[in-house]
Design a protein around this ligand. Structure first.
Ligand code: AVJ
Length: 315
């Protein structure tokens, strides 16, 4: 089969150090990357299917509807790099339209990456698949040669929304360096919209998003000898208009003490752990961010309700 494997040996995220540091802040916080253990990844897949969670289905709709235009922009014998190659439904839609020469899925999760790379290589026998295990949130290297040109990157799902804007800018700048002059970035970005729609998307009726958020406490109990009682916290998600972001928190129902990795943390009633920011951009504001990172906005595709955008940027 036309698939190879490259290992950048990403440092396993130091969950102990990062969780302890986050819980020691005056405003307690835990980075959202720790949501995605096995159960968390399953719950996230379930979120993507929720009626209230519009981003996934809207983005896939845009890839289906405008895939041919996206392919035309990127060029057909491109080397395509996908950052965080989680959802195979999105990449299948794009690969079908684009038919790149080489496809490089990049993911931190080795097993998941290998499984999906083999599935894709079997489904697209004319594409060379080079799976790369790397942590794209830090400087990383890829199995690329000088003559692997032209290059394009695909970063779907509005994952860029999890970065603070200055970090998003630094990240995009690094992607630009990887692509080189003339390279393209196809990036999914969730749009700012009515608070009602945003609120519903992060407070679904079935409580899957709440379970996803609370699963973080279960993970900490298991991996860091934590003593969290998940029933003593509740899920809270709201739009912060000043910073144009959704925030997720885990709020303590009562005054309590919790042990994590041998350290004691005190919570007052109503005190929270901030677990996620999900920035929402206008097309104009995202263009400004992309330009600061050294990209030129060339195309943007949106649905007719202006829920979600896919940007085509040139380096
Ligand atoms: C994967 C970061 C795009 O921010 O909407 C879904 C994660 N959090 N529901 C998002 C998430 C709560 C998602 N991203």
């Amino acid at each position: 089969m036309n698939v190879s494997f490259f290992d950048d040996h990403p440092e396993p995220a130091d969950i102990r150090a990062e969780v302890l540091a986050g819980l020691t802040q005056p405003e307690k916080r835990i980075p959202p990357k720790f949501f995605y253990d096995e159960q968390g990844s399953r719950l996230f897949d379930a979120i993507c299917e929720l009626p209230e969670y519009y981003p996934t289905r809207t983005e896939i709709g845009l890839l289906r509807q405008y895939g041919a235009e996206m392919a035309e922009l990127l060029g057909h014998d491109v080397v395509l790099i996908e950052l965080g190659s989680g959802s195979s439904l999105k990449i299948r839609t794009l690969l079908a339209a684009l038919r790149p020469r080489v496809y490089i899925p990049v993911d931190i999760s080795r097993e998941h990456l290998l499984r999906s790379a083999e599935g894709l290589a079997a489904a697209f026998p004319d594409i060379e698949v080079r799976a790369a295990c790397a942590d794209y949130s830090r400087p990383f290297s890829l199995p690329l040669q000088a003559d692997d040109q032209p290059r394009a990157a695909f970063f779907p799902g509005s994952s860029v929304g999890n970065f603070e804007p200055p970090d998003a800018e630094a990240f995009l700048h690094r992607v630009g360096t990887l692509l080189g002059p003339g390279g393209h970035l196809l990036i999914g970005v969730d749009l700012r919209k009515s608070e009602d729609l945003l609120h519903a998307a992060y407070n679904d009726a079935q409580g899957i998003t709440a379970a996803f958020n609370l699963n973080l406490l279960t993970r900490i109990n298991r991996e860091l000898e934590g003593t969290f009682d998940p029933a003593a916290f509740h899920h809270s998600a709201f739009f912060n208009p000043h910073d144009s972001r959704m925030e997720m928190h885990l709020v303590s129902n009562a005054p309590q003490q919790v042990l994590v990795a041998g350290e004691t943390f005190r919570f007052s009633e109503g005190e929270s752990i901030h677990t996620e920011c999900s920035y929402k951009y206008s097309v104009k504001d995202f263009h400004a961010l992309a330009e600061r990172a050294g990209f030129k906005p060339v195309r943007v595709w949106t649905d007719d309700q202006q829920l979600f955008s896919v940007h085509g940027l040139r380096r």
